[in-house]
Design a protein around this ligand. Structure first.
Ligand SMILES: NC(=O)c1ccc[n+]([C@@H]2O[C@H](COP(=O)([O-])OP(=O)(O)OC[C@H]3O[C@@H](n4cnc5c(N)ncnc54)[C@H](OP(=O)(O)O)[C@@H]3O)[C@@H](O)[C@H]2O)c1
Length: 318
């Protein structure tokens, strides 16, 4: 079977298409049961770029990609969120990490944006910080795959949203997804002052990390919560906790795995998203799908800051 693998860290050029010996279905009697699936579509996520760059550790040589939708030999369909090696024609996943697709399922390219990215946006507003009506939220990377869903989930909970992004065209798009106010990163202080006066925001959702951390932290009001959930510009350096003291601030550094520990939790969060979609409260573009062999193009697009929404890789696509 064909798979994308890396033998050293670097740019998109380190992604190589390799022929590996075929997987077989392995339902073992050991402590962990596994199932082998044909990968129908693999998700491309920013964490794959951290793995490729070496920003998050992986043991080399390694497969890449953690998310996908696939089919077993007997025709059952599942999704998974945390199986390294998903950029492949087949994958073997622990049964506990698999979730059956919902009955009212969408085409794969419309379901995929709701998995890693949609479920992340869901736990961010529901659990990492429980958003209440009237809260003001500052959101970075606001029209990326997570960001554009996050804006809409915040609005559905009655929050006011200040969206930050990197071009005027993306600012317009953020307003289109429902942000109350949007602008370039340079404008964040002005945007927060215009909407909150001197009160500051209740919550910051920051996935850009190094480049935005200090300035967005300063825009929280008393008792505010900083949710740092990514580092697209690099990792935030070590931090002096006394900086939280003058406004009694809190910081959370969450990960999706903690908020999707069981089939029932994953299903509950996904059903919430599907229901918002059915009510017309959640809109997003279908995933942009590349052939497996074009994984490098998919990474280049995700890093370009010109894409908005989900990217997928399809082993069946030529
Ligand atoms: N902790 C978790 O549980 C969790 C789970 C899933 C994803 N995440 C994080 O959520 C973020 C969004 O993930 P995604 O897959 O949906 O990606 P994405 O938002 O579609 O793409 C990343 C975005 O980050 C912004 N960005 C800022 N500085 C950048 C830089 N130096 N290089 C490239 N992009 C930069 C860009 O938006 P602008 O140009 O608009 O700034 C870009 O579109 C990532 O940081 C990811 O690590 C975290």
């Amino acid at each position: 079977m064909r798979a994308i693998r890396i033998s050293h860290h670097g740019g998109p050029e380190v992604l190589g298409l390799e022929e590996l010996s075929a997987h077989t279905t392995t339902l073992t009697n050991g402590p962990v049961d596994y199932l082998t699936l044909r990968v129908d579509i693999a998700g491309v996520n920013f964490i794959d770029i951290y793995h490729r760059r070496g920003q998050y550790p992986v043991t080399l040589p390694s497969g890449l990609g953690i998310e996908g939708i696939g089919t077993t030999e007997s025709g059952e369909r599942f999704f998974w969120l945390s199986a390294l090696g998903s950029y492949a024609e087949k994958i073997t996943v622990p049964l506990s990490a698999l979730t059956p697709l919902p009955n009212n399922s969408l085409p794969d390219e419309d379901l995929l944006p709701l998995l890693c990215q949609g479920l992340t946006a869901h736990y961010l507003v529901d659990s990492a910080y429980s958003v209440s009506k009237g809260d003001v939220a500052l959101v970075t990377a606001a029209v990326g795959g997570v960001g554009l869903i996050l804006i809409q989930l915040l609005k559905a909970r009655g929050a006011k949203v200040i969206a930050l992004t990197s071009s005027q065209e993306r600012v317009k798009r953020a307003i289109g997804y429902g942000a109350d106010s949007a602008g370039l990163y340079d404008e964040m202080e002005k945007l927060v002052r215009n909407l909150t006066g001197d009160n500051g925001v209740n919550v910051v959702y920051d996935s850009v990390g190094k480049d935005t951390f200090d300035r967005s932290l300063a825009l929280l009001g008393n008792g505010g919560m900083f949710v740092l959930y990514g580092g697209a510009s690099g990792l935030v350096p070590p931090f002096e906790l006394m900086r939280l003291n003058s406004k009694s601030l809190a910081i959370r550094r969450p990960t999706l795995a903690t908020y999707t520990t069981s089939v029932s939790e994953r299903t509950r969060r996904l059903q919430d998203l599907l229901s918002l979609r059915e009510q017309g409260l959640l809109q997003y573009p279908s995933a942009t799908v590349f052939p497996l062999a074009e994984a490098a193009k998919a990474h280049t697009l995700l890093e370009s800051r010109n894409h908005s929404g989900k990217i997928g890789l399809a082993p069946w696509k030529i």
